[in-house]
Design a binder for this molecule. Structure first.
Ligand code: FE2
Length: 357
């Protein structure tokens, strides 16, 4: 994983009109805040390359060289380090130093523990009722996020550092939402940070409703109390807006939309299909999975596996939802391998579930 610490920036003039270089050229894209390979070593810089380079530079892009090719660059371009502003030493901010250390720690952790498989670790975590490894893995990854990207990314980093430490109900939802988002091919740190902050703040609105409402299983709430419970989406969104917390609009949307469902049967706005932000569906589906499994909806605990089996077969169970949009639904139902031969069949699991509900 290459970060801004792996590169130094140069101006186009530092290429000195040459057409081939013994070092690689990268371009920093300000829209995605990512570095991409632009020209491999000893390949000709064509007119098409130059047109694209000028196009990117006009839009705030930057030319970058890998720091480990610094000597090759300086020798080939007959340039002194003092002529390249980005090569002048600067004191790193303590948060930048901490991030470099976290990147190294993550590399050592991966080397020691091997590749992390979310699905198999999720299944083990559910079987043992222990999510420490899932939470630890999510935390170690989040701690490598950029410290200069945006206020929401910085907040996600702060929350991971100060709160994503113990195996508790909220941290299970935050870590699973984060890893499920990655499973849906969401890799952008801005989006992942929206998921992390959105998952932490989604139920902030419940602090403004009577405690008995939050403690009563949803299916047992009378109509008036049920409407009050549903207001937690609007109240949470309102609280965040009033607090003037500097977080992205998309993150606020997650708080407001996490109970919207693709079929239009959700709340507060009964949005449907693509009107609903995918990130909201991710936080909504993971929250629902844990709420159903822990008994917050029916009053009875269910194994995570039986809930996923019921979701997968779209069985009717009181309060069970599965219309999270096709992409998120497919990711949710593959969280646990439900095709393996077990002592109980899926129909038996469903029968147990109906009985308990
Ligand atoms: Fe909620």
């Amino acid at each position: 994983m290459k970060t801004e610490y792996d590169f130094f920036m140069i101006d186009i003039e530092h290429l000195k009109g040459k057409k081939t270089f013994p070092f690689q050229l990268y371009i920093f894209n300000p829209a995605h805040k990512k570095y991409s390979m632009f020209l491999n070593g000893n390949r000709p810089l064509t007119k098409e390359h130059c047109d694209f380079l000028n196009f990117m530079l006009e839009r705030g892009g930057k030319l970058a060289i890998l720091k480990n090719q610094r000597k090759t660059f300086l020798t080939a371009q007959e340039t002194e380090a003092s002529e390249i502003p980005s090569l002048k030493d600067r004191e790193l901010h303590p948060l930048e130093k901490e991030r470099i250390m976290n990147i190294k720690l993550k590399e050592m952790y991966d080397e020691k523990n091997g590749a992390f498989s979310f699905q198999s670790e999720f299944e083990i975590a559910c079987q043992n009722d222990n999510f420490e490894k899932i939470i630890e893995n999510a935390r170690m990854e989040i701690l490598t996020f950029s410290v200069t990207m945006s206020p929401t990314v910085s907040l996600a980093l702060h929350l991971a550092k100060t709160h994503l430490l113990q195996d508790n109900y909220l941290n299970r939802i935050v870590a699973t939402s984060y890893l499920l988002a990655k499973n849906c091919n969401i890799v952008d740190q801005d989006a992942l940070s929206d998921i992390i902050c959105g998952a932490y703040f989604a139920h902030l609105g419940l602090t403004q409703t009577p405690l008995t409402i939050a403690r009563t299983p949803y299916n047992s709430l009378p109509t008036t109390e049920r409407s009050l419970f549903q207001k937690h989406t609007i109240l949470g969104h309102h609280l965040i807006k009033k607090s003037q917390l500097n977080i992205s609009e998309r993150c606020k949307k997650i708080i407001l939309e996490h109970h919207e469902r693709a079929s239009g049967g959700g709340y507060p706005a009964m949005k449907y299909g693509e009107q609903i932000e995918t990130l909201s569906q991710i936080v909504g589906s993971v929250s629902h999975l844990f709420e159903y499994s822990s008994g917050k909806i029916t009053g009875g605990k269910q194994s995570m596996k039986s809930v996923i089996i019921a979701m997968k077969s779209k069985s009717y169970l009181p309060g069970l939802e599965y219309d999270f949009g096709e992409k998120v639904f497919q990711s949710i139902i593959t969280l646990i391998n439900t095709d393996k031969i077990e002592t109980k069949t899926s129909s038996e699991e469903n029968a147990d579930l109906k009985k308990a509900a």
